[in-house]
Design a protein around this ligand. Structure first.
Ligand SMILES: Nc1ncnc2c1ncn2[C@@H]1O[C@H](COP(=O)(O)OP(=O)(O)O)[C@@H](O)[C@H]1O
Ligand SMILES: O=c1ccn([C@@H]2O[C@H](COP(=O)(O)OP(=O)(O)O)[C@@H](O)[C@H]2O)c(=O)[nH]1
Length: 286
């Protein structure tokens, strides 16, 4: 099923995951073969990650990966990307770190719900999109132009950049905080595998859902005050397409691992939050 749905690339991704996580524990209640055999929850990621993580931004190095060469920019236009630093062990230990990925279509309400979760629970909210927008604005950043281009086109920024930014944000909150909501990430399966291998396994994936018409409505309201260069109809259409093509497969991937908690986002913010809380309460640490 997995192969037919995702093709060779998805299958290879799963193989990579299995290879990296071959000592992981079984998922209680996991629904698929992958889910039953491998869970990223509760395992010591430092050993599994075979000792590497991303150096901090900004950094010099390395050519972009093949996948990124097919992105929105010509590879010749890409500045050097942050590179894997293989001299360190994984950054976070999954035994005392809770990573929850927060996904859903553009404008579904991810950020809104994360803000409410932070008010009630001891989470650090890390929005991948916000980090990218901040980096785009940062004076002297070699990635500003590149990020602006990908955001406007609704495409996925090379993961080396995004993961480096997320890692920096996590490190600046730890060790005093050890529960993270990683909002708007991973945008595709490869990013998820890369993060879980190099940084820390996730414990849960909250996946917020409502129809495109509603998301569009919410984005058009947000566009009146957000100042975001991608909150316009042209960029929104492209973002919807990227979401369907790249991020929806992430849903099934984590569903197979038994970690997905889908949340219906039709209704008021308060109603959606009640559903969100129910899902989050399943985390042992809460
Ligand atoms: N349940 C809801 N009903 C109506 N509007 C909502 C709801 N949740 C969020 N919004 C609004 O929709 C817009 C997009 O929400 P946001 O949290 O920024 O989405 P995302 O982080 O998924 O892009 C914001 O203007 C927000 O105030
Ligand atoms: O891991 C990520 C997260 C975001 N983005 C980019 O940032 C944009 C905005 O993402 P965000 O989550 O802030 O907003 P949403 O699309 O959910 O409204 C996306 O369209 C992508 O171009 C990305 O490339 N990688």
């Amino acid at each position: 099923m997995f192969l037919s749905r995702f093709g060779e690339r998805g299958f290879l991704g799963a193989l990579r995951l299995v290879r990296h996580l071959s000592t992981a524990k079984a998922v209680p209640g996991g629904s698929s073969r992958i889910g039953q055999r491998f869970a990223l929850t509760g395992t010591v990621c430092s050993g599994l990650a075979a000792g590497y993580y991303y150096s901090s931004i900004p950094m010099v190095s390395a050519a972009p990966s093949a996948a990124e060469k097919t992105g929105a920019m010509q590879s010749s236009a890409l500045p050097p990307l942050p590179k894997l630093d293989t001299s360190h062990s994984a950054a976070f230990n999954a035994e005392n770190t809770t990573v929850v990925f927060v996904l859903g279509g553009p404008g579904v309400g991810k950020g809104t719900q994360c803000t409410k979760l932070v008010e009630e629970f001891d989470f650090v909210h890390i929005s991948a999109g916000d980090l990218l927008r901040d980096e785009r604005q940062r004076k002297g950043s070699p990635y500003g132009e590149l990020i602006e281009h990908y955001l406007r086109e609704g495409k996925i920024v090379p993961h080396e950049i995004t993961i480096s930014l997320i890692l920096n944000a996590m490190k600046s909150s730890s060790p005093s905080k050890n529960r993270f909501l990683i909002d708007g990430f991973p945008r595709n399966i490869d990013q998820g595998i890369e993060f879980e291998t190099a940084i820390c396994p996730s414990k849960m994936v909250l996946f917020f859902e409502c129809g495109e018409d509603e998301m569009l409505k919410r984005l058009m309201v947000r566009s009146q005050s957000s100042g975001r260069t991608d909150d316009n109809v042209d960029s929104i259409k492209k973002r919807f397409r990227t979401f369907q093509d790249s991020t929806m497969p992430v849903r099934e991937f984590y569903s197979d691992l038994g970690k997905l908690r889908a949340v219906n986002c039709v209704g008021s913010v308060g109603e959606v939050y009640e559903r969100t809380k129910k899902a989050v309460h399943e985390l042992a640490e809460i």
